[in-house]
Design a binder for this molecule. Structure first.
Ligand code: HEC
Length: 440
C-alpha cells in the first residue's frame, strides 16, 4: 500500500528504476532476517539459549526454523513468552511485562504461514548481548546489596522430575529496616535448572511459633530485581527467618551444594526517604477460599471466591495468582460500595501452574481503593481431562499444601495509605491525565 502511495509522487521518468528496486524487495511477508530475529532476540533468547531454562536454543535461523510451527502455536496462544495476563481487560500498564504485542504475534504467524523464510541475511541484527549470569542486575544502579541471605545448600541432580527445596534459614537481620529493593540470584551453575525461587519472612508470634509474615522476593528467569514503590516502606523484620520455596527443573547438569541468594538494598537518609512519613507496604497472601475447605469432584470444575477489605484507603501494587495443577484462571476485581461499581483490575484466564509471575503495576497506575472497597478474588479449577496439566481427572481433589492438593490464593502487595495520601495520589493522577489530554 505504501508503494502505490509513493508511486504518485514520482514522475513517470523516475518511475522505472524505482519500480525495479521495489520489485526485488516486494516481500509481502515478514522474514527471519528482518523482523522475526529481532522479536526472538528481545523476547525469547533470555531463556532459549544454551545453558538457560528453555528446552531449545533460538540463537540462529538454523536453530529456530525447525520449531517454526510450534513457535507459531505457542505465540498465537500467548503461552510463550510465559506471562499469563489477559491483554484485553484490566490494567495494562505493567512493569517488566513480557507479553508480545498483537503486532509481533501477527508478524510471527505471517512469517510461519509464508514458509518461515530467512530473507536477506544482510538484514540480520548483530547478536544480542545478555547481562552476565551470576551478578546482581541492580548493582549497576544501586551498588552491591546491603544484606544477603542464602538458601541452605542442596544437590541438584542432572536428571529427573521437578523438585521443590524449601529450607528455612536465619535472616541475619538484627534491626528492622525499610527495603528499597530486592533481587534473587540463582547460582551461575544452576541458572538453567532454577525455575523459580521465592522467599518469605517468618517471625515469631506471641507463643513463640514461627509464622509467615510477608514475601521477601520472587525469582523467575528473566526477572529483574524489584524496587519497592516510592514513599513506601516494606519492612525487613529483625530476628526473622527466611523460608524458601525453590523449584528446580533438572536440565542435564548436576549441581552439588547449590545455593540461591537474595540481596536486599535498604533505604537510607541519602534517598530523602523518611521512615516516619512513609506508608507501610506489605506483600502477603490473600486467601480465596477462606484458608481451604473445598472438594473438587472427579471430572468436575470449581469456582471459589474470596473477599478482602480495609478500614483505610490502600493502593494495590502487585498481584500474583497462585494455585496448583487444577488451577486454570483467576481474576481480581474491586467493588466500590459507595457507587455500586465493580471493576476488573487484572485477569489471567490462561493461567497455569508452570509459571508464577508477580504482575507489578506501573507507578501511577496502581489501583487506589477508598476505605471499605472490597477486593474480590475469583479462582477457577478444572479437574477434567480438558486441563492438560491435570495428572488424574478421576481423583477427588481437596485443598492442601501438597502439589496434588489444590490451593487458591494471591500474593498481593498493598500500600496502606491514609485519607491524605489517598487524596494526594488521586490528585496527581487527575493532573497527569489532564496533561496527557492537553498534549494530545
Ligand atoms: C522465561 C523463560 C522463557 C521465555 C522468555 C520464553 N520461553 Fe519458551 N520455553 C521456556 C521453557 C522453560 C519451556 C519448556 C517448558 C514449558 O513449555 O513451559 C519453553 C518451551 C517453549 C516451546 C516448546 C514447547 C513444547 O511444547 O515443546 C516453544 C516453541 C517456545 N518455548 C517458544 C518460545 C518463544 C517463541 C518465545 C519468545 C517469543 C519464548 N519461548 C520465550 C522458557 C521461556
Amino acid at each position: 500500500m505504501k508503494k502505490t502511495h509513493l508511486l504518485g509522487l514520482f514522475s513517470a521518468a523516475a518511475l522505472l528504476p524505482a519500480l525495479a528496486g521495489a520489485a526485488e524487495q516486494a516481500v509481502d511477508h515478514p522474514t527471519y532476517a528482518n523482523e522475526v530475529s529481532r522479536i526472538i532476540q528481545d523476547n525469547c533468547q533470555i531463556c532459549h539459549q544454551p545453558g538457560q531454562i528453555g528446552p531449545m536454543s533460538f540463537t540462529s535461523y538454523e536453530e529456530v526454523r525447525p520449531w517454526a510451527p510450534l513457535i507459531r502455536m505457542k505465540v498465537a496462544e500467548r503461552e510463550m513468552p510465559p506471562y499469563q495476563y489477559d491483554a484485553d481487560i484490566g490494567i495494562q500498564e505493567l512493569k517488566n511485562d513480557w507479553r508480545l504485542s498483537q503486532d509481533e504475534i501477527d508478524t510471527i504467524v505471517a512469517w510461519v504461514d509464508a514458509g518461515s523464510p530467512l530473507g536477506n541475511p544482510e538484514d540480520l541484527p548483530p547478536p544480542k548481548e545478555f547481562p552476565p549470569v551470576g551478578e546482581w542486575r541492580l548493582a549497576a544502579e544501586l551498588g552491591p546489596p546491603d544484606h544477603v541471605i542464602k538458601s541452605t545448600a542442596w544437590d541438584v541432580p542432572a536428571a529427573g522430575q521437578d523438585l521443590w527445596w524449601e529450607p528455612e534459614v536465619d535472616s541475619g537481620i538484627t534491626e528492622s529496616r525499610c527495603i528499597k529493593a530486592v533481587e534473587t540470584l540463582p547460582s551461575k551453575e544452576a541458572i538453567g535448572s532454577t525455575h523459580h525461587a521465592n522467599s518469605h519472612f517468618m517471625v515469631q508470634d506471641e507463643n513463640g511459633e514461627w509464622i509467615q509474615s510477608g514475601r521477601l522476593s520472587e525469582f523467575a528467569v528473566g526477572k529483574l530485581g524489584e524496587k519497592v514503590p516510592e514513599g513506601a516502606c516494606r519492612t525487613a523484620p529483625a530476628n526473622s527467618k527466611v523460608g524458601w520455596s525453590i523449584h528446580y527443573f533438572p536440565n542435564g547438569t548436576a549441581v552439588p551444594n547449590d545455593q540461591v541468594t537474595v540481596g536486599i538494598w535498604y533505604h537510607d537518609e541519602e534517598d530523602n526517604f523518611n521512615e516516619e512519613t512513609a506508608y507501610e507496604q506489605d506483600l502477603r497472601l490473600y486467601f480465596i477460599d477462606g484458608g481451604g475447605d473445598y472438594l473438587i469432584p472427579p471430572n468436575g470444575k470449581l469456582m471459589t471466591q474470596g473477599f478482602h477489605s480495609f478500614d483505610h484507603p490502600v493502593r494495590i501494587d502487585s498481584w500474583q495468582p497462585h494455585m496448583h495443577l487444577r488451577g486454570v484462571a483467576m481474576t481480581m476485581e474491586v467493588f466500590y460500595p459507595e457507587t455500586g461499581r465493580r471493576e476488573v483490575i487484572s485477569q489471567a484466564s490462561n493461567w497455569n501452574a508452570g509459571w508464577n509471575h508477580s504482575h507489578t503495576y506501573e507507578e501511577g497506575y496502581q489501583p487506589l481503593l477508598p476505605a471499605g472497597a472490597v477486593i474480590i478474588l475469583t479462582a477457577w479449577h478444572d479437574n477434567t481431562a480438558d486441563n492438560p496439566r491435570n495428572p488424574d481427572p478421576d481423583q477427588w481433589v481437596g485443598a492442601g499444601q501438597r502439589t496434588t492438593d489444590e490451593m487458591s490464593h494471591a500474593w498481593i502487595a498493598i500500600t496502606h495509605l491514609d485519607e491524605k495520601g489517598y487524596e494526594e495520589q488521586l490528585t496527581q493522577r487527575a493532573e497527569r491525565d489532564q496533561r496527557n489530554m492537553a498534549s494530545r
